[in-house]
Design a protein around this ligand. Structure first.
Ligand SMILES: NC(=O)c1ccc[n+]([C@@H]2O[C@H](COP(=O)([O-])OP(=O)(O)OC[C@H]3O[C@@H](n4cnc5c(N)ncnc54)[C@H](OP(=O)(O)O)[C@@H]3O)[C@@H](O)[C@H]2O)c1
Length: 236
């Protein structure tokens, strides 16, 4: 699938940055988005050695910034073949310690942010009558976990939103794939106060390869959902 125009939201993250490297190596045109301008600039210049890459600082909690991201992508590259939503944050706490700000953060970034990017990219893809949206949900988009009520609420929401949009978009040749990864060893866990063994988690490479698998599917084939758990956690 070389030559595709691919927007990666959360491009500076553990999963997003490995995916960006792999997609750049196969000759795609990349648009990298996240809030951290410095990291975005570093990554953009690193990947520019092998591919056509631009970085657009974006906070996905702002619908205006998301619109600007999509507009600038179309201005630069003329189309959007793929959107990968790899942005997200995790707040894992007992339900009675969750503050209104915690709940807002989960819903604003994980749920509303994904909705804004999916909507904006879908509008462009609809006119093109083609496109592929990859939403990295995580296993907590379909299973519960102790202390993950706010996070699960945001991720279950992404699943509902995405599945309904998929119904509306399938007649325009647009695919939506949902990825349910178990724990992945990325900076996501740096701020989470939970005893976990990061060595037993999935690697971002495994996740990036799963996304590439979905993107390389035949035109008429839609990989709707991909589940991957570390071997110590399978069949939740
Ligand atoms: N790690 C896991 O165990 C795991 C498992 C399953 C699913 N997931 C999901 O997979 C996705 C990627 O996770 P990861 O492990 O790669 O996490 P990560 O390394 O912490 O990366 C998160 C990314 O999200 C971006 N981001 C956060 N808030 C943002 C905002 N308001 N606007 C734009 N970008 C924002 C961050 O960049 P800036 O801070 O620069 O904005 C960063 O690029 C997330 O949705 C996460 O929930 C993770």
């Amino acid at each position: 699938m070389p030559g595709k125009v691919i927007v990666i939201v959360g491009a500076t993250g553990g999963i997003g940055s490995v995916l960006g490297q792999k997609l750049a190596q196969s000759g795609n045109k990349l648009v990298l988005a996240s809030r951290n301008t410095q990291r975005l600039t570093e990554l953009t210049s690193q990947l520019s050695a092998t591919s056509s890459v631009i970085g657009i600082p974006t906070d996905i909690t702002s619908p205006q910034q998301v619109e600007t991201l999509i507009e600038k992508t179309v201005t630069q590259f003329g189309k959007i073949d793929v959107l990968v939503n790899a942005a997200g944050v995790g707040i894992i706490k007992p339900y009675n310690q969750l503050t209104p700000e915690d709940l807002e953060a989960m819903i604003d970034v994980n749920l509303k942010g994904s909705c804004y990017t999916t909507q904006a990219a879908a509008n462009v893809m609809k006119d093109q009558r083609s496109g592929h949206i990859c939403n990295i949900v995580g296993i907590l988009g379909k299973h519960s976990m102790n202390m993950a009520s706010a996070y699960c609420a945001s991720k279950f929401g992404v699943v509902g939103f995405s599945k309904c949009m998929a119904e509306e978009l399938k007649r325009y040749g647009i695919k939506i794939t949902l990825f349910y990864f178990g724990g992945v060893d990325t900076p996501f866990w740096d701020t989470i106060n939970l005893k976990v063994d990061r060595k037993k988690m999935l690697t971002p490479e495994t996740c990036a390869n799963a996304i590439l698998f979905a993107l390389n599917s035949e035109r008429q084939a839609v990989p709707m959902e991909i589940n991957i758990q570390p071997d110590s956690y399978f069949f939740l």
